[in-house]
Design a protein around this ligand. Structure first.
Ligand code: NAD
Length: 474
């Protein structure tokens, strides 16, 4: 059944957009059109921003505990529907269901509950110091424009909405055109738990809709997650307008496999660390750095593990890899594989489309070796199921190669010696490093170094404005 949702959610209700322009929603596994969404224009964005501005004074005056209660209520409703939500996202972006259940099911629930706890603990006003009557206030920053990518839409939206709502901000969400139907499902839940109209609004559309939100003078902050190319444009526009911005961008992270690593642990964590979501995750450790003394062994293990992984229907709980999100993304990934071969790399696994899969935007899990550091596949984010395996000499050399990147988002170290792995992690120029597999809590910072982002703020701080009130000391 197709879902034609050519509307926007503004001021607590679904409303028609002022344009009939629309975009198709395509299931990447079947290539079937499963719905459509409005390609909203500047006037639609303005209506959404006006609703968010009108709701701001009331919402920011609520107590943090009241906001926490809303977030907890949302988490409860979300939890009941997480299976439906995960499936809806899988039909739009091809995320294998076992992963979608986490990223679009349990993770958002945990994030809303975590931010409810942060709201409970928020001290809006406090004395500057015991012997100073001046006050420090933490006030809601204002109207937030939340621009979200398609790869893990509900986890990434929750990472914006959770702290924004807890802090007392109101929000206009611009989801990715590939995954917008799930945002409508979310706002239905928000309405159900009694969130006041206008506190969260959704306008759908492509890049131009997002650009209109960024440029709108009624938006106080842009919270963007997406590509580095778009992030540069958005951060520049925000700089021009002196608007607060958080930009969480691309990556080209490294997995540093130390010479004492337990390769069973690497195998067990290979997909979740190096190629989660068919490689379409910003923090994927797609450069696997192997000690020269064990290079053949590590390469064989990677080839064997990825070669026996299940590539197939993303709705099947057995599938480890699904299709890429779109034909354009598949062409981009295939272009990278071709460029690697042209530059002298060798394909140790995959490299093409799976035999027999005539429908769906599939690319085989691919392992490239004989890769040197000047190659595009070593330097650029591919966003597909492609890893390179590159040798290093000692721990210092591993760190040097890991840091030889314009990005710095994720990363991982594998070793039986946790302290040794941690010493390597400390020297990696990147925002989040996992040791022996990825197991990150909501409280662990994960903000980009270098071209991977600007403005990472822990907890609620990215959504709060500090104010000082100086009072006479008597
Ligand atoms: P994208 O940058 O093309 O689009 C992301 C969102 O921004 C979409 O909603 C899009 O419509 C909108 N957009 C694009 N250009 C815009 C502009 N100029 N002005 C305003 N809005 C604009 O990225 P994508 O293809 O959807 O997502 C993949 C990228 O996101 C990858 O590079 C990935 O690494 C990155 N990503 C980063 C994180 C992180 O936390 N650092 C998480 C997930 C994805």
């Amino acid at each position: 059944m197709t879902q034609d949702r050519r509307e926007m959610f503004v001021d607590g209700r679904f409303q028609p957009t002022s344009t009939s322009d629309h975009l198709p929603v395509v299931d990447p596994a079947t290539e079937m059109v499963i719905g459509s969404i409005a390609d909203s224009n500047d006037a639609d964005v303005s209506r959404a921003v006006a609703a968010a501005r009108a709701a701001l004074p009331g919402w920011r005056e609520t107590s943090p505990q009241e906001r926490a209660d809303h977030l907890r209520a949302l988490a409860d409703v979300f939890e009941d529907r997480s299976e439906t939500m995960a499936a809806l996202v899988t039909h739009q972006n091809g995320s294998v269901i076992k992963r979608s259940r986490r990223t679009n099911g349990t993770r958002p629930v945990a994030a809303y509950r975590y931010n409810a706890r942060l709201a409970d603990a928020l001290e809006v006003e406090a004395a500057l110091a015991p012997d100073d009557p001046s006050l420090v206030r933490r006030e809601a920053l204002g109207v937030v424009g939340a621009i979200v990518p398609w790869n893990a839409p509900q986890a990434l939206l929750a990472a914006k909405l959770g702290p924004a709502l807890a802090a007392g901000c109101t929000v206009v969400v611009k989801p990715s055109p590939e995954t917008s139907l799930d945002s409508f499902m979310l706002v239905e839940m928000l309405a159900e738990v009694g969130l006041p109209p206008g506190v969260v609004n959704v306008v759908t559309g492509g890049r131009e809709t997002g650009a209109a939100l960024v440029r709108h003078p009624g938006v106080d902050k842009i919270s963007f997650t997406g590509s580095t190319a778009a992030g540069r444009v958005i951060a520049a526009a925000c700089g021009e307008m002196l608007k607060s911005v958080t930009a969480e961008l691309g990556g080209k992270s490294a997995a540093v496999v130390l010479d004492d690593a337990d390769l069973d642990v690497l195998a067990a964590n290979l997909i979740s660390t190096c190629l989660p979501n068919t490689g379409q995750v910003c923090y994927s450790s797609t450069r696997i750095l192997a000690p020269r003394s064990r290079f053949a062994e590590v390469t064989d293990l990677v080839v064997q593990t990825l070669g026996t992984a299940v590539l197939g229907d993303p709705t099947d709980p057995a599938s480890d890899f699904g299709p890429l999100v779109s034909e354009a993304q598949r062409q981009r990934v295939e272009g990278y594989i071709e460029s690697a071969i042209a530059e002298g790399a060798r394909v140790a696994l995959g490299g093409g489309r799976p035999a027999g899969a005539s429908t769906g935007y599939y690319v085989e899990p691919t392992v490239l070796v004989d890769v040197h550091r000047g190659m595009r596949v070593f330097r650029e984010e591919i966003f597909g199921p492609v890893v390179v395996v590159v040798p290093f000499d000692d721990d210092a050399d591993g760190v040097r190669i890991a840091n030889d990147s314009s990005y710095g988002l994720g990363g991982s170290v594998f070793s039986q010696d946790i302290e040794r792995a941690t010493a390597v992690a400390r020297r990696m120029e990147t925002g989040n490093v996992s040791v022996n597999g990825r197991d990150r809590s909501d409280a662990t910072p994960a903000f980009g170094y270098k071209d991977s982002g600007v403005g990472g703020d822990p907890g609620l701080s990215g959504y709060l404005q500090l104010k000082g009130i100086s009072r006479p000391r008597g």
